[in-house]
Ligand binder design. Structure first.
Ligand code: FAD
Ligand code: MLT
Ligand code: ZN
Length: 371
């Protein structure tokens, strides 16, 4: 499926041998999955439009096991695809070819929580909703909330720097993670109960029929929201799932000047006419983030040609970004040039080569194929 639509060639990585499987079994006893049926779901992305053909999935429980796996893969030149909840929107979470899937599903332990500083230490595979429940029971909230919370892992959230519904209030997740590790005092000052309420936070989403949903809350008040308000947010959170049932979804995640946010939606409705089933715009108004979604009965190269590069050129014309919060993954790597100058792409390439000299970690993702 993936290779039919995207021109990508397998790089010369090794293939998994019987000896590799035996080595993995020694590293993660009982955590080596090779059953073709069990491998079907983790090979396909959430939107069900990309499919890899990995024959091995590893389920470590500790970071030491991850480290041993990666050491082995590095020595053997085996490519690896880390996978959390597999809810990503840009195809970063599934193999393109036969990369080994390194799942964090069993790394789901909270290691510690400090009830004064609010510092949570947990493994990468903790499901966001479970972490939310855990900290809410202790009168805290996670600085992140998104529709995929029941499945996505905190490691995947951090890897994609997920935005979500609390972005305006708490800022970028990366900022929060760094804060917890190195700016904990500032966080404490910010969160402590005696701190004056800093006004309300507003996180809005834009809906296709142009009603706007705004949430205002004061620190910690989330659990006391009236049921109706929660219901409205539940509707907002289910847009993605509803669209995925409408047919094939062409999904764009753009940063645009707020005053031009919806223009591309009306533009595309006129441009595509009956060729599209629905052209839907929603997202996170406060962040200038539009999720532009076009649905059709099935994938069609002519509809794709009507959308691309038009959407990207239009975005670049507004000095916008072709990737706002979903990350770059597999789908967007060849359009990064619309938002980043060649020098920046080169620097990314160099940094990657420094940290991953053989390029075994999630190959075919993020960096442009031609950079
Ligand atoms: P995966 O999809 O498994 O992986 C995503 C990427 O992270 C892949 O490249 C993977 O290789 C890498 N990765 C995963 N874990 C690790 C790790 N431990 N170490 C290194 N790399 C890792 N995104 C938003 O930003 N805002 C939203 O509001 C939002 N809402 C969503 C709503 C729905 C219904 C869905 C389905 C998705 C939504 N997303 C949203 C997409 C979002 O990126 C993911 O839901 C989430 O952040 C990814 O977490 P995951 O555990 O599923 O990661
Ligand atoms: C959202 O805001 O609902 C998510 O980013 C998922 C999507 O874009 O559909
Ligand atoms: Zn979003």
């Amino acid at each position: 499926l993936t290779r039919e639509r995207y021109p990508v060639r397998r790089l010369p990585f090794s293939t998994v041998s019987k000896q590799d499987l035996a080595a993995f079994e020694r590293i993660v006893p009982g955590g080596v999955v090779t059953d073709p049926e069990a491998l079907q779901a983790p090979n396909v992305d959430w939107l069900r439009t990309l499919r890899g053909c990995s024959k091995v999935l590893l389920r470590p429980r500790t970071s030491e096991e991850v480290s041993h796996i990666l050491r082995h893969c590095h020595e053997r030149n085996l490519a690896v695809n880390p996978q959390g909840g597999n809810t990503g929107m840009v195809g970063g979470s599934v193999p393109v070819f036969d990369e080994i899937i390194l799942s964090t599903a069993r790394m789901n332990r909270v290691l510690s929580f400090h009830s004064v500083s609010g510092i949570l230490v947990c493994q990468a595979g903790c499901v966001l909703e479970e972490l939310s429940r855990y900290v809410e029971e202790r009168d805290f909230i996670m600085p992140l909330d998104l529709g995929a919370k029941g499945s996505c892992h905190i490691g995947g959230n951090v890897a994609t720097n997920a935005g979500g519904l609390r972005f305006l209030r708490y800022g970028s997740l990366h900022g929060t993670v760094l804060g917890l590790e190195v700016a904990a005092q500032a966080l404490l000052r910010f969160c402590r109960p005696s701190a004056p309420a800093r006004g309300c936070w507003v996180r809005s989403c834009l809906h296709s029929s142009s009603w706007m949903l705004c949430a205002c809350s004061w620190s910690g008040a989330i659990s006391t929201w009236p049921a109706r308000c929660k219901m409205l947010w539940a509707l907002r959170e289910r847009i993605t799932e509803a669209l995925s049932r409408d047919g094939y979804v062409y999904k764009y995640d753009l940063s645009l000047p707020v005053e031009r946010l919806y223009d591309i939606v009306t533009d595309l409705r006129a441009r595509l006419g009956p060729h599209a089933k629905h052209v839907v715009g929603y997202g996170h108004l406060g962040d200038g983030n539009l999720h532009l979604n076009v649905t059709a009965e099935a994938f069609s190269p002519s509809l794709l040609a009507a959308l691309e590069p038009h959407v990207y050129e239009w975005t670049a014309g507004q000095q916008g970004s072709v990737s706002a919060e979903h990350g770059v993954g597999f789908r967007k790597r060849d359009v990064l040039g619309y938002s980043k100058p060649p020098g920046a792409l080169q620097l990314m390439q160099q940094l990657k080569a420094l940290l991953d000299p053989k390029g075994i970690l999630n190959p075919y993702k993020t960096l442009p194929s031609q950079a």
